[in-house]
Structure formats: structure tokens, C-alpha cells
Design a protein around this ligand. Structure first.
Ligand SMILES: *[C@@H]1O[C@H](CO)[C@@H](O)[C@H](O)[C@H]1NC(C)=O
Ligand SMILES: *[C@@H]1O[C@H](CO)[C@@H](O)[C@H](O)[C@H]1NC(C)=O
Ligand SMILES: *[C@@H]1O[C@H](CO)[C@@H](O)[C@H](O)[C@H]1NC(C)=O
Length: 333
């Protein structure tokens, strides 16, 4: 097990890719990719990004939004996952697990509130592939999901959990940690890198994409197949669920008390949704520049997180997701 500071030391010099924080935009039971038009959707989501977020989203999101919780101020995309809840082992009540920024683990939160750290990588964490293979960015209206709440087998590589002990990340696991994690539970969602080049979506929201990645972490994708020939940026989300105030209620040796908002007691149901919404050709400009990596991306417009944090959307579902709940929102008693 390698410490994070050792891992960071290996990352110099770095280029050709993006990594940035997005604060929490809203926590609501909406899902414009899987259940467009439904208010409410089946389960609660933790959503970051632009303020065009709504129960239904069509057309050019980047042209319609006017603010974003992401540091890259031309990124009006929305990024979301299910929400982690704590289920009290004796009385069965649920409490939402707060989200904290990932960035302190990496260096600096830049003032993000909760949220998700988003990556768009072209190759891996340390190489520039501009000269080796071209990357095509997503068109307006593009959307995809990864993972599935109904999955009963180990999810594909890149959908993982880490049990944080302090700032130490630990091994990547396919299921929930089996013991309390003093620094919280870290989740990673890597999306597939190959697109069919035609469809903005597909009936299962995944068939227009193809995963060729064979190992965990930020690794370069093997070549895309002829059915999905277009190499797109590898999109990744990192989220830290701050379990610390619940750890004392988890008796050592008893089952994991954390559940996903769809009543998912197995970690195998981890999933994430992506709605492309970069303004104009901003993402393509970023991906075309080898100077762009991590926070040092000269020509791409950034905003202060204090500004990003002011971006909001209305509470459209109007139901309680906070405090101790007898039943998870949308689930039956
Ligand atoms: C969300 O969509 C509904 C239904 O189309 C619409 O009435 C509402 O104005 C939209 N809200 C926002 C904040 O865009
Ligand atoms: C369950 O336990 C928590 C923590 O002690 C408490 O706040 C909550 O009200 C309890 N729920 C019920 C239904 O008693
Ligand atoms: C990005 O690079 C490709 C390949 O060189 C080029 O065709 C495209 O116009 C560039 N896009 C932008 C926005 O600069």
C-alpha cells in the first residue's frame, strides 16, 4: 500500500488532462438520464455541475446553463451518483452521509463544498498522448451511465471503494469496506473510453459506450473496437463520504451499515451518470492542450470556488432527505 504523498511524487511532470473540483449543486430525487421527466425519480442523487439540471434535459446544456459549481467555468455538465446513507444497526433509521471535498487528499480543496472531483484524462496520470492518438470530445446532448443499481456481481474495473484511514487511501475494492474507515469512504467511478461515434444515448444508457480498460486506477485504455471506434476522454468521478460521525455506531465484526440510496446494501450497485454540458468547444480546447493537467491549465477559464458555490438550482422534489429518516426517500417501508 503506497501513501498518497508517494503516489503524488510519481506524477511529476504531468500534462494533457483535466482534474478539478465541483461543489455539491443539489441532493434530490431526480435523474434526467435514466428517468427523464420523472419528478421524483426512483432514488436520491448527489449532483454537481451546471444549473440547467432538471428532471428532463435535452439539447445543448452548455448553451442553456448560466452558472456551474465546477471550477472550470465553461463546464456546465452535470455529474451525479447515488447517495450514501447510514442505516442504524439497531433501530433501522437512515441518515445521509455528508460529502467532503476530495482535494485535501490531493493538496488543496480550493474552497469546494462537498462535491465531486472530476477528471478528463487522455492517457493515464502521467503521459501526454496528443501525438499518439487523437481524442474526440462529446457532442451537445451526449449522456451516459456506468454501473447499475441492480448489479449483483462485481462491477467492472474502475468502479471502486477505498477505506480511508486518515489521508491514506488504501486498496481499491469492489465492495463496501468491512470495517470502519477513520477518514471516510472514497468512491471512484471511471466511465468507458470508447464511443460508437453516432448515438448521444442508448436505451440502457451504456451500449453506445464500450470499456476496454483492464485494470484499476488511471490507466490508458487499450484500443477501441470497430463497433465503438471513437476514443473519448476518460471521465472519472471521485467522492469522499464522511462516515466519521457514524463509525462509533458500527460495532466491530458486524455487517457494513452503509447503504446506497436505492437501499443498496451491496457495494456492487455503485453507479454514476454523466450529462455533457461544456460550452461550445471548451472541452476540446482543453483536451487539445498538453499544458492542461490538474489545476494548471492556462488557457481554460477557471472561477473561484467561492463563486462556484453560489450556483444553485431550486428544490424541485420537495421531500426530506436529511436528518434521521424511517424510510429512504422513494423506498417502501
Ligand atoms: C424544470 O423543468 C420544468 C418542467 O419542464 C420547468 O417547468 C421548470 O421551469 C424547469 N426548472 C428550471 C429551474 O429550469
Ligand atoms: C435511531 O438512533 C439515532 C441515533 O441514536 C436516533 O437519533 C434516531 O432518532 C433513532 N431512530 C428511531 C426511530 O428511534
Ligand atoms: C483539436 O485538435 C484537432 C486535431 O488536431 C483539430 O482538428 C481541432 O480543430 C482542435 N480543436 C480545437 C477547438 O482547437
Amino acid at each position: 500500500m503506497r501513501s498518497l504523498s508517494a503516489a503524488l511524487a510519481l506524477l511529476v511532470p504531468v500534462q494533457a488532462g483535466l482534474r478539478f473540483p465541483c461543489s455539491t449543486l443539489t441532493i434530490q430525487r431526480l435523474d434526467p438520464v435514466v428517468q427523464p421527466g420523472s419528478n421524483p425519480s426512483a432514488h436520491v442523487h448527489h449532483i454537481v455541475g451546471g444549473n440547467a439540471f432538471n428532471s428532463s434535459m435535452t439539447g445543448d446544456v452548455g448553451a442553456r446553463a448560466s452558472c456551474t459549481t465546477c471550477q472550470m467555468s465553461e463546464d456546465f455538465s452535470n455529474y451525479w451518483t447515488a447517495v450514501l446513507y447510514f442505516k442504524h444497526p439497531t433501530n433501522g433509521s437512515y441518515h445521509r452521509v455528508p460529502v467532503i471535498p476530495v482535494q485535501p487528499l490531493l493538496a488543496n480543496s480550493n474552497g469546494a463544498q462537498g462535491g465531486i472531483t472530476v477528471y478528463y484524462t487522455q492517457f493515464d496520470l502521467s503521459k501526454d498522448n496528443l501525438k499518439q492518438q487523437s481524442i474526440k470530445t462529446f457532442p451537445p446532448g451526449f449522456r451516459m451511465t456506468v454501473g447499475s443499481p441492480t448489479s449483483s456481481s462485481k462491477p467492472h474495473v474502475g468502479l471502486r471503494y477505498q477505506c480511508l484511514q486518515g489521508n491514506n487511501r488504501g486498496a481499491e475494492m469492489a465492495d463496501f469496506p468491512t470495517k470502519a474507515c477513520s477518514g471516510g469512504i472514497f468512491t471512484t467511478h471511471h466511465f468507458p473510453p470508447c464511443w460508437d461515434g453516432k448515438n448521444l444515448d442508448s436505451p440502457d444508457h451504456q451500449s453506445h459506450m464500450y470499456n476496454t480498460i483492464k485494470s484499476d486506477g488511471f490507466t490508458n485504455a487499450p484500443a477501441c473496437p470497430s463497433t465503438h471506434p471513437v476514443r473519448v476522454p476518460q471521465v472519472t468521478y471521485e467522492t469522499v463520504w464522511d462516515t466519521t460521525k457514524f463509525n462509533s455506531m458500527w460495532t466491530s465484526g458486524t455487517p457494513n451499515p452503509f447503504v446506497w440510496s436505492f437501499e443498496g446494501t451491496s457495494g456492487y450497485g455503485t453507479h454514476a451518470d454523466y450529462m455533457f454540458g461544456w460550452k461550445g468547444d471548451a472541452l476540446e480546447r482543453a483536451m487539445n492542450k498538453s499544458e492542461c493537467f490538474y489545476d494548471g491549465c492556462g488557457s481554460i477559464t477557471k472561477q473561484a470556488m467561492a463563486t462556484a458555490n453560489q450556483c444553485t438550482v431550486p428544490d424541485m422534489v420537495r421531500e426530506e432527505t436529511e436528518g434521521w429518516l424511517k424510510v429512504l426517500p422513494g423506498m417502501s417501508a
